[in-house]
Design a binder for this molecule. Structure first.
Ligand SMILES: [Zn+2]
Length: 411
């Protein structure tokens, strides 16, 4: 009965949730690395929304950052006391967003002027990660409205800097020792369309730069130079094939089940068509199943570079840009996993499945310190895309799951 009332109360809050989400989208929170001012203005708006929702005691855990006008990257925590503090349910969402990208591709709404269309709210950051931020706040508001004290204390945690590695965000908070082994950590920053996917593992990630140096010359006399662009392309294609052939294992817990090796970015080379480039720079993004050693793969990449150097006379150097080793997965029987699966079954009537993804959320930092963490939300995976949207139905339904977790039995 209590649960039924709670779910109904959340449904009544739909309009307020929609409004809060739209207000937050209006304020871009872009990292200084991408030319932005950080999250301070959005954090001020969030502070207002929290107070309206009845969450008055807000802790601030700012990280100093001289690169932004406010000189700080804001991290906020709002707690709602439960029957016990032995375990705290943390719902962790991030304030920062990625830039809009090519504006002309935003055909439905302007990135920071959200609109509602067909039950979806369009705007940059709508799904990643503001939807879950708003759901978590209104899950607590519904409990408060009904005077329900949660079984365990719930802490809503809003962090900065997730898109650029979390140095000023969750890593800063972990250093302050705010989290205990007994805590239950949910990071609603990934998921699938029916809300059945619970992420407990991730892949390692390796980004690297391939720098090829040959000799620049006039395109009419290529024999006088050494075309670095040709060598760079030949090597990239060979490497693409080698990596896919040598590391082809599949693990059905992951989506996609195999490691991915993608040639992605390409730096500009010469200014004119009639110049043979003396230099070529391209990049790979690799997401690697935990069963493989990233170091071993890196040696393989360098070995092949050696081979192409000898064959062509060009110089090829491999420089890692980012390297993150997959932490040990969260135990499938960890309390937060079981609680979440139960809540999904009860509220959603779908069969939850537990697995891994390409990686890179706040959850990884908890797994590294042996605190179980899950990534879960309901979303169409619109993150970082033009015409990003959040479904209003997901906004409401995910709040129901968060509220259910707050009141689920202790044992
Ligand atoms: Zn995100």
């Amino acid at each position: 009965m209590q649960t039924e009332n709670l779910l109904k109360e959340i449904e009544k809050l739909q309009n307020q949730m929609t409004q809060a989400l739209m207000e937050l989208i209006h304020i871009p929170a872009i990292a200084p690395e991408n030319g932005g001012e950080g999250e301070s203005k959005k954090a001020e708006k969030l502070d207002q929304i929290l107070k309206i929702a009845g969450l008055n005691k807000i802790e601030t855990w700012d990280a100093e950052d001289k690169r932004v006008p406010s000189k700080k990257r804001p991290n906020l925590i709002a707690r709602y006391e439960g029957e016990t503090n032995k375990e705290t349910l943390w719902i962790i969402t991030h304030l920062d967003i990625v830039p809009a990208g090519e504006e002309s591709l935003w055909t439905v709404a302007k990135p920071f002027q959200p609109i509602i269309k067909d039950g979806k709210i369009y705007g940059r950051g709508s799904e990643d990660n503001t939807q879950s931020m708003v759901s978590s706040i209104f899950a607590i508001k519904a409990l408060k409205n009904l005077g329900i004290k949660p079984t365990r204390t719930v802490a809503l945690c809003f962090v900065a800097d997730e898109e650029q590695g979390s140095t000023y965000g969750i890593q800063h908070l972990i250093k302050q020792q705010l989290f205990k082994k007994e805590d239950l950590i949910i990071v609603p920053d990934g998921g699938n369309a029916d809300g059945s996917f619970v992420e407990i593992a991730e892949k390692s990630s390796l980004w690297f730069r391939v720098h090829t140096v040959g000799k620049q010359t006039h395109a009419s006399r290529p024999a006088d130079g050494l075309n670095a662009h040709r060598v760079g392309m030949q090597y990239a294609l060979a490497l693409d094939k080698t990596l896919h052939e040598n590391y082809a294992a599949k693990d059905e817990h992951f989506d996609p089940p195999e490691s991915t090796f993608e040639p992605t970015k390409k730096d500009k080379n010469v200014d004119a068509v009639n110049i043979v480039p003396g230099e070529d720079v391209n990049y790979f993004d690799c997401r690697i199943l935990p069963q493989y050693s990233v170091e071993e793969i890196l040696s393989k990449i360098k070995e092949l570079a050696q081979e192409y150097q000898q064959r062509t006379g060009a110089n090829i150097s491999i420089e890692p840009v980012q390297k993150t080793l997959a932490p040990k997965p969260t135990d499938v029987n960890a309390k937060i996993v079981l609680m979440l699966k139960q809540a999904i079954k009860n509220v959603r009537r779908v069969e939850p499945k537990v697995g891994g993804i390409g990686g890179g959320t706040c959850a990884a930092f908890f797994r590294r310190i042996n605190i179980p963490a899950v990534v879960w939300s309901t979303q169409d995976e619109m993150a970082h895309q033009p015409n990003e949207y959040a479904k209003i139905a997901n906004l409401v339904d995910d709040a129901k799951i968060f509220a259910s977790l707050a009141i689920s039995p202790l044992a």
